[in-house]
Design a protein around this ligand. Structure first.
Ligand code: EPZ
Length: 432
């Protein structure tokens, strides 16, 4: 089983190139099958979740041709099945984007019902409410969601809760519905905007993405396109936190600084210096004594829940008492016990982590409970100057970070991806 081994304590310095946004890419791959013409997607991150999603569309008959590590050509003309296998939904929940994509294009789709996951129950009632509002009959039984409609007709849909997934799924189906759909209380995340831009580049008519109200005027058909995925704000934010936690100085390149504002603001509160350029940000934390602050996760433009564990790791090293309130998912503090094993002082009361800053973490053997928490534990390990950190279950991290260890090594980190206890021991011997 793969693990990361880390000997921390070195300030990270240099520059890092950020890849395409995983969560935008997953929806864009699903949407790419909505035309029978060729679609070329560039700046795809080469991460496991993206590869699983490409496997899912291939499995229902789409042609997928890898042009290079970050570019793929998709053709949805040969789709022969409207039913997505449970294996895919088990591996990535985002396979549910194929419901919206297939329903829009073929007016029929069947996908296994995703269960809860490590970070919460994660129902999909809002997705289904949206499909029903467009005139589809939606059934959930035998562990499957099936949606079918003779005609999809545009409608006004109010989202009871801001949901990235439901906004995107409904937007996809509505793109090929008849007439006008208005999605109110829509999610405003950068990847919602990216998927809307992608669909528009295929001939869809979607306005208002990035605001609370998205207006979709259905079109009869979508056409081929070439599109480049936006940079990953969470990968970027993770490196920003790595700079802060290791008292380093990192230039984070190929980003949209506006998408990083919530993370930047909290790192500034914590005492870091942030320099913004056109498509990069520099985080300077050398000789900075980190200070406490309060963070609450919220839908965009609020502080992203996907940055919550990484920021908690930073605040765990800050002077004074910080609070981190998780308002999106009910079970996103599982990593706190692992961080305590590294010397962190954090108490979780309901959905609030109360963090008493410590001078430093110490290396320990820890397990990644999910993707972002796993990345956060790596950041903690990078800052720990005593002992070695071994992070287990890194398959979660590999779902969403491309060449995480390679990028960190280029910044001066001592981290290796190993495959056996023997390699762990060899690393420990080398660094001690
Ligand atoms: C997306 O999940 C991301 N995943 C998540 O990233 C991210 O944490 C989340 O948005 C919030 O930003 C992908 O894009 C593939 P939501 P999603 O629907 O769309 C509730 C990562 O680490 N809700 O915005 O599933 C839900 O339970 C992952 O990359 C309903 O109640 O999130 C949550 O409390 C983890 N009913 C809230 O809404 C629904 O029908 C927001 O969830 C849908 C959601």
């Amino acid at each position: 089983m793969e693990q990361f081994v880390i000997k921390g304590g070195k300030p990270l310095t240099g520059s890092v190139e950020i890849g395409g946004a995983k969560n935008a890419a997953l929806a864009i791959i699903a949407a790419a099958i909505m035309t029978d013409e060729d679609v070329v997607i560039e700046n795809l991150p080469n991460v496991n979740d993206v590869n699983v999603m490409l496997g899912a569309i291939e499995d229902i008959g789409a042609k997928v041709e890898r042009k290079d590590k970050h570019t793929v050509k998709v053709n949805g003309a040969t789709i022969g099945s409207l039913s997505v296998d449970y294996d895919y939904i088990k591996k990535i929940r985002a396979s549910y984007y194929l419901l919206g994509a297939l329903l829009g294009k073929y007016k029929k789709a069947e996908v296994a019902l995703p269960g809860g996951c490590a970070i919460g129950a994660r129902p999909i009632d809002l997705h289904l409410k949206g499909f029903r509002a467009l005139g589809a009959t939606v059934d959930t039984k035998y562990g499957l969601v099936s949606a079918e409609a003779e005609r999809l007709i545009g409608n006004d849909i109010y989202m009871d809760k801001v949901s990235v997934g439901a906004t995107i799924n409904i937007m996809m189906a509505a793109a090929l519905a008849e007439g006008k759909t208005i999605i109110e209380n829509a999610a405003k995340e950068p990847h919602v905007v990216d998927v809307a831009n992608f669909l528009n580049s295929m001939g869809a008519n979607i306005r208002g993405a990035g605001t609370d109200v998205i207006r979709v005027v259905g079109v009869e058909k979508l056409h081929g396109t070439e599109y480049s995925v936006i940079p990953d704000q969470i990968e970027a934010g993770t490196f920003m936190c790595a700079a802060a936690a290791t008292h380093g100085n990192i230039l984070i390149k190929n980003v949209i600084p506006k998408h990083l504002e919530a993370t930047s603001a909290k790192l500034i509160d914590a005492g870091c210096i942030i320099e913004e350029y056109d498509d990069s940000v520099r985080v300077i934390a050398t000789n900075v004594e980190l200070q406490h602050t309060a963070v609450t996760t919220l839908p965009y433009p609020g502080f992203p829940t996907d940055m919550q564990p990484q920021m908690t790791v930073v605040l765990g090293l800050a002077h004074g008492t910080s609070t981190v309130t998780e308002s999106i998912f009910e079970n996103r503090f599982k990593y706190v016990d692992e961080l305590s094993r590294m010397g962190g002082h954090i108490q979780v009361e309901s959905n609030i982590a109360i963090i008493t800053g410590v001078d430093k973490y110490t290396g320990a053997r820890v397990s990644a409970p999910d993707l972002r928490a796993g990345a956060a534990l790596v950041v903690a390990g990078l800052s720990a100057d005593e002992g070695v950190t071994v992070v287990d279950d890194i398959h979660y991290i590999l779902r969403g970070y491309e060449d995480f260890d390679g990028k960190l090594r280029a910044l001066g980190a001592n981290i290796e991806l190993v495959n056996s206890e023997r390699e762990v021991q060899k690393f420990i011997l080398q660094v001690s």
